[in-house]
Design a protein around this ligand. Structure first.
Ligand SMILES: [Zn+2]
Length: 407
């Protein structure tokens, strides 16, 4: 078992140990990749696992037959820090949105308490490092969509106090103060109050997340924010032309201000043929999402199940092309070539997206490390991509927050 071997050996010594033990297929790269992966702090900035806490059949402490994330599989895949996404449909606004967001924040906190032997709530980069040193998984939270603060800046501060470490400025729909990439522009990017919210996020040390926002909102946020931005779960538009992905120009601009793009593994964001075919057979992805959401009466568990069922049916009928997990690595590599290894990370979208073949759940994460090593990436760069960059950007947001609060 690889898992037990890493405790006793490191790097090339693993290979020697395997040979001495009579192993005939010692593969130094595989062993080194395993050693690097399981000694790095692996951070995933976007997981929709939170929705599953409301399902009667889901238990994060046990290995589940479905979904992408639970504690046993996080352990197996070496996922050391997870951002639980706090998300509700963007058409739910005002006090109801705030209430539902609080339900989810509470569910994360309660589940972390329930499994406190394995998980601990983290707010800072230091908290994440401490959790790792203690052999625990660091649990962080990100609010996915500005509509959830109910257009009230005080709620943003309360969310921050409860442990929310990033907020995605919009989800699929425009909110009261920012345009989304998948809605008709209404505000020409960020409104004045949107800019005020970005500044307040800086003051609270809450990372500004530009996944889902329109290109104009991105450039506005980039100009206003005093701390670097993240794209918590976006991929590269040059490889798959989807509005949810970032253009080369945007990735370079994000990186020039110290930001990080965390690559999303969703098939329709990473593979052009898949996206085009899905759009065609579903009659438009957004229209399809709207129809399913309506049929499920906004019930998130029902929506997720309906999508899985629909996709399974299309695959069985041979209507969708296959997508390999290696596409994820292509997107990482593209972003690194453009912006450098300091500006790329992992934002799977597990439990909220359709995963490519070979990345069925978070237990498969070590494959990414091995693929990067085989591509010739240095150990240092791999560690940054796996989580170091996200920790650095958390620290930068903490520093900006301290400076602003001292003023
Ligand atoms: Zn999303």
């Amino acid at each position: 078992m690889r898992g037990s071997r890493s405790i006793f050996c490191a790097g090339v010594f693993c290979g020697v140990a395997a040979l001495l033990a009579g192993g005939s297929s010692a593969d130094d790269i595989a062993d080194r990749a395993h050693q690097i992966h399981f000694s790095s702090i692996v951070v995933d900035t976007h997981d929709d696992t939170t929705q599953r806490f409301f399902s009667k059949t889901f238990d994060i402490g046990k290995r589940n037959p479905d979904g992408h994330v639970d504690i046993p599989r996080m352990r197996e895949g070496g996922m050391n820090a997870i951002f639980f996404s706090i998300w509700i449909d963007g058409r739910i606004t005002g006090p109801q949105a705030v209430e539902k967001a609080l339900d989810q924040i509470d569910a994360v906190r309660e589940n972390v308490k329930k499994y406190s032997k394995d998980m601990v709530l983290a707010r800072t980069a230091e908290d994440v490092r401490k959790a790792h040193a203690e052999g625990k998984i660091a649990a962080l939270m990100g609010v996915e969509g500005g509509h959830m603060i109910g257009n009230d800046i005080r709620v943003l501060r309360i969310f921050g106090d409860l442990g929310v470490r990033y907020m995605t400025l919009t989800h699929f729909y425009n909110d009261e103060w920012a345009d989304s990439s998948t809605d008709k522009p209404a505000h020409n990017g960020l409104t004045d109050s949107g800019k005020e919210i970005v500044r307040e996020m800086n003051r609270q040390g809450i990372l500004v997340d530009i996944s889902h926002v329109s290109d104009k909102t991105f450039y506005d946020a980039l100009e206003v924010s005093k701390a670097p931005l993240i794209a918590s779960h976006s991929s590269c538009r040059a490889l798959c032309n989807h509005v949810r992905d970032m253009s080369d120009e945007m990735i370079k601009a994000l990186a020039a201000k110290g930001g990080v793009i965390q690559i999303n593994y969703e098939k329709s964001f990473i593979d052009q043929a898949y996206k085009d075919t899905y759009d065609k057979v579903s009659g438009g992805a957004k229209e399809h999402i709207d129809a399913v959401t309506k049929a499920c009466n906004f019930d998130e568990d029902c929506i997720a199940k309906e999508f899985a069922k629909y996709e399974k049916q299309l695959i069985e009928e041979g209507k969708l092309p296959k997508v390999s997990w290696e596409k994820i690595v292509e997107h990482i590599d593209h972003a690194v070539k453009l912006a450098g290894a300091d500006h790329v990370g992992l934002g799977s979208d597990f439990d909220g997206a359709s995963m490519p073949d070979g990345m069925e759940d978070c237990s498969k994460l070590p494959k990414i490390t091995e693929a990067l090593l085989r591509k010739g990436y240095s150990e240092e760069d791999i560690r940054k991509i796996l989580g170091g960059n996200t920790l650095r950007i958390l620290e930068q947001a903490e520093k900006v927050s301290k400076e602003m609060q001292a003023q």
